[in-house]
Design a protein around this ligand. Sequence first.
Ligand code: FPP
Length: 235
Amino acid sequence: MPRHVAIIMDGNGRWAKSQGKIRPFGHKAGLKSVRRAVNFAAKQGLKALTLYAFSSENWHRPTDEVSALMKLFMRALDKEVKSLHKNKVCLHIIGDISRFDSCLRDRIKNVEVLTKNNNGLQLNIAANYGGRWDIMQSMRYLAQQVQQGILQPNDLDEKLINRYMSTQSSVDLVIRTGGEYRMSNFLLWQIAYAELYFTDVLWPDFDENIFKKALDEFAQRERRFGRVSFLDKII
Ligand code: FPP
């Protein structure tokens, strides 16, 4: 069983189009899949689930779509917080939230404070997130420490860089829906040894069966972390 699963939720727009509806309709349907995925992940005993909700590049979408997405986040935070807290989920928003309006930022803070000591599923929602941004902000912090003489350049190692990443746990499995085969600047540091699972299913159609299929396939994979195969060692 993977400990940390990360999902690139793609295909909301195409799903909406296939229903003859506008794109925000797809995001709304996508929220139902988020709920399903979170419940399933908690039930399966995963330690962490990271969902790519809004990338740094998504600001380039039409203004109407961006504002519909923001409203959806706000409503989701308000509506879901009670049941997340009840289910011991620890919620963390990762990404550069400085561009969000103060109302949304306050809500994010409140939810994070409320759920911070929960020991169930660690749920990371990546919002205005970019993998390169994540590495940059850790490096910037460490550069400041060096400048202030608190650290020496030689003190910087992978462990220290990892400590200041927005999420520290390595990803075991990445799932991408929507039929594309790329990482789209998602968790670049944390996926170094992740297994990848791609499906053509559009995010609003993602359900427990597909999630289970991805977990089953993960269980079949041999993870070598750069070492030789277990079977080769026997032979
Ligand atoms: C990608 O589909 C999806 C997004 C950019 C937004 C994801 C948002 C949600 C699933 C809803 C809210 C989530 C939370 C966590 C509150 P796309 O629009 O790129 O689809 P397309 O590739 O078919 O155009």
